[in-house]
Design a binder for this molecule. Structure first.
Ligand code: 5BU
Length: 273
């Protein structure tokens, strides 16, 4: 199955340029770690990105939690992404009618399209949200070409999540319908076997990002539920996302190296390397 292929093999065959880049970065850096850099100032964010940059494939941001977002945030993130060869994922979770999300994604206060290679959305509003974001990214005057992609938020890690059943199935439907812009899913497992009304293309290769990865905790007091890198990758994660497990560790760089090593070993075990 897809999950037994190496990142290298998937990079070679994937039709989507950003998916190819993701797999190439993972392979080049021997890292499938996405750090969720949930700090609240630009200085902390850029400092974390610079220190952890060598050990991660992707940095995930919540740009609206910064108290001082400005052009310096954008310039700093773009420069560090180039310096350390990582991609930027803004975890904005678009969830509105098509006309609104187009404006939230491209231009607006946060200018997300200018710096985020990867964005995500919920399909709660229906198919139109995926269609709208795809249309913006593929319009002839969109300046970032094919260097942008979308993950569909198909499941969530919080206790009692309602992103299950027919919601998750619809996520797979729309991923299949808008494959030119949809890279894959944020989910807790591989979804290629989930029932979908859209026929599966035997070559399809969705990228799975799994949040809620932590080596030393089972959860938090607000309903977050954790699993280990081994467990996430065993269930089909291609990229593991860790926040507090890394940035709140006594030594964030040591923690990033530990998640990198464990994530890579679990991947090697999965592909039989
Ligand atoms: P943590 O510190 O590793 O618990 O941070 C997890 C991050 O992933 C945080 O930024 C959440 O907003 C994000 N997240 C999540 O925890 N669970 C989900 O289902 C999704 C995102 Br989608």
């Amino acid at each position: 199955s897809r999950s037994q292929l190496t990142y290298c093999a998937r990079a070679a065959n994937h039709p989507n340029p950003l998916a190819r880049k993701l797999f190439q970065v993972a392979e080049a850096k021997k890292s499938n770690v996405t750090v969720s850099a949930d700090v609240t100032t630009t200085a902390e964010l850029l400092d974390l990105a610079d220190r952890l940059g060598p050990y991660i494939a992707v940095i995930k941001t919540h740009i609206d939690i910064l108290s001082d977002f400005s052009q310096a945030t954008i310039d700093g993130l773009n420069a560090l992404a180039a310096k350390h060869n990582f991609l930027i994922f803004e975890d904005r979770k678009f969830i509105d009618i098509g006309n609104t999300v187009q404006k939230q994604y491209h231009q607006g206060t946060l200018r997300i399209s200018e710096w985020a290679h990867i964005i995500n959305c919920s399909v709660l509003p229906g198919e139109g949200i995926v269609e709208a974001l795809t249309q913006t990214a593929q319009s002839p005057d969109f300046p970032y070409g094919s260097d942008r992609g979308l993950l569909i938020l198909a499941e969530m890690t919080s206790k009692g999540s309602l992103a299950t059943g027919s919601y998750t199935s619809a996520s797979v439907d729309y991923a299949r319908k808008y494959q030119s812009f949809v890279l894959g899913f944020v989910s807790t497992r591989s979804l290629s076997e989930v029932e979908s009304t859209v026929a599966k293309n035997e070559d399809e290769d969705f990228v799975v990002f799994t949040t809620g990865v932590n080596l030393s905790s089972k959860g938090d007091k607000l309903g977050q539920q954790y699993q280990t890198p081994q467990s996430a990758i065993g269930r089909g994660a291609d990229f593991i996302i860790a926040g507090r497990g890394i940035y709140a560790a006594p030594d964030a760089v040591e923690a990033a190296k530990q998640y990198q090593q464990q994530g890579w070993e679990a991947y090697m075990a999965r592909v039989g390397g």
